[in-house]
Design a protein around this ligand. Structure first.
Ligand code: BDR
Ligand code: CA
Length: 318
């Protein structure tokens, strides 16, 4: 199994991504690091622990990370994910497991000790930027890096051009992309950017939910409870029947490359002004800079859904 750390801000779709990761034998999850994003880090960590309890994996450590973006004032996404970050589903806190302190040192030490650790980042990149600021040389231990964030040709979801994770901490996103361009320890490595172009195609519909309930009632009811708020948000905001679940696609893509397709190029993130948080991918090489990203633009949405249902609800893969 491949060693991974999942950096996240649970968050409804982060919770679904954690379920998928835990249900995937290809992954050895060394730890879950939480960052402020959808909800404050402490709330996000509680939610990660709930997922571990549901999935029967209380042994996976959860670490509290940064409580504020690097520079910008912190803006959460409780309007989308509910006050508790899990769609106001009212699930009790996990019993007997607590988050640990020090997400940034956990990431740093783990990358330092190992040769091949991958990071799947599902929230703002504040923790990762801090690791790079404190100990850039530990990046030599990084195998692959997948980030759910940004948008290539799709609109934003926080401004006309910016996606939430990069908009919430644009400076962190900017620094991480720049590190993949400039740091000697990251030479040749690329950020796999799973942006809104691909994740917007991943829609959990009422029909799929009913199907999950038919094959696994417990799991289906849990997913229904945590996504109801998200369904309502999508209906009010975008007149969509169903909800876009961004983060699980990053996990699925890490395991199964054929689920998304894209191209290599140089990407930067704007930190100021009206386009703050926008990811700008130089697809035609105007800037003559070596690629620091692999930007995913196409996805097999049905293939993803089968992959997700098979693992999370034990559905037949065909
Ligand atoms: C991203 O922002 C968050 O609200 C979601 O969890 C996802 O990571 C989508 O823009
Ligand atoms: Ca997230």
């Amino acid at each position: 199994a491949r060693k991974v750390i999942i950096d996240c801000d649970p968050g409804i779709d982060d919770a679904l991504a954690l379920m998928l990761a835990i249900a995937s034998p290809e992954l050895e999850i060394l730890g879950i690091t939480v960052v402020c994003g959808n909800v404050p880090a402490e709330t996000g960590a509680k939610n990660a622990l709930k997922v571990l309890e549901w999935m029967g994996r209380p042994d996976i450590p959860v670490y509290l990370g940064e409580e504020k973006p690097l520079v910008r004032v912190y803006v959460d996404a409780r309007d989308t994910h509910g006050e508790d970050g899990l769609g106001e589903s009212g699930y009790p806190e996990a019993e007997g497991i607590k988050p640990r302190r020090g997400a940034v040192s956990f990431l740093t030490e783990t990358l330092r000790k190992n040769e091949k650790v991958s990071v799947i980042a599902l929230g703002p990149l504040t923790n990762i930027a801090r690791v790079i600021q404190d100990a850039p040389e530990c990046m030599a231990g990084l195998d692959e890096f997948v980030s759910m964030g940004g948008s290539y040709k799709s609109n934003g979801n926080c401004s006309p051009v910016a996606e939430y994770n990069y908009w919430c901490d644009p400076h962190a996103a900017g620094e991480v992309y720049e590190a993949f361009h400039a740091l000697p320890w990251l030479k040749g490595k690329k950020i796999h950017m799973i942006g809104l172009d691909v994740t917007r195609k991943i829609v959990l519909t009422p029909n799929i939910l009913e199907y999950i309930k038919c094959i696994d009632r417990n799991m289906g009811e849990r997913i229904e409870k945590i996504t109801r708020f998200y369904f309502d948000f999508h209906w009010k905001q975008e007149s969509v029947i169903g909800c876009v679940i961004n983060d699980p696609l990053a996990v699925a893509y890490f395991i199964e490359r054929s689920l998304c397709s894209g191209f290599d190029c140089y990407t930067a993130v704007e930190t100021e002004g009206i386009s703050m948080g926008q990811s700008i991918s130089d697809a035609y090489g105007f800037w003559k800079k070596d690629p620091n990203s692999h930007v995913l633009t196409g996805t097999d949405a049905l293939g993803f859904m089968k992959f997700f249902l098979h693992r999370v609800a034990n559905a037949d893969e065909s």
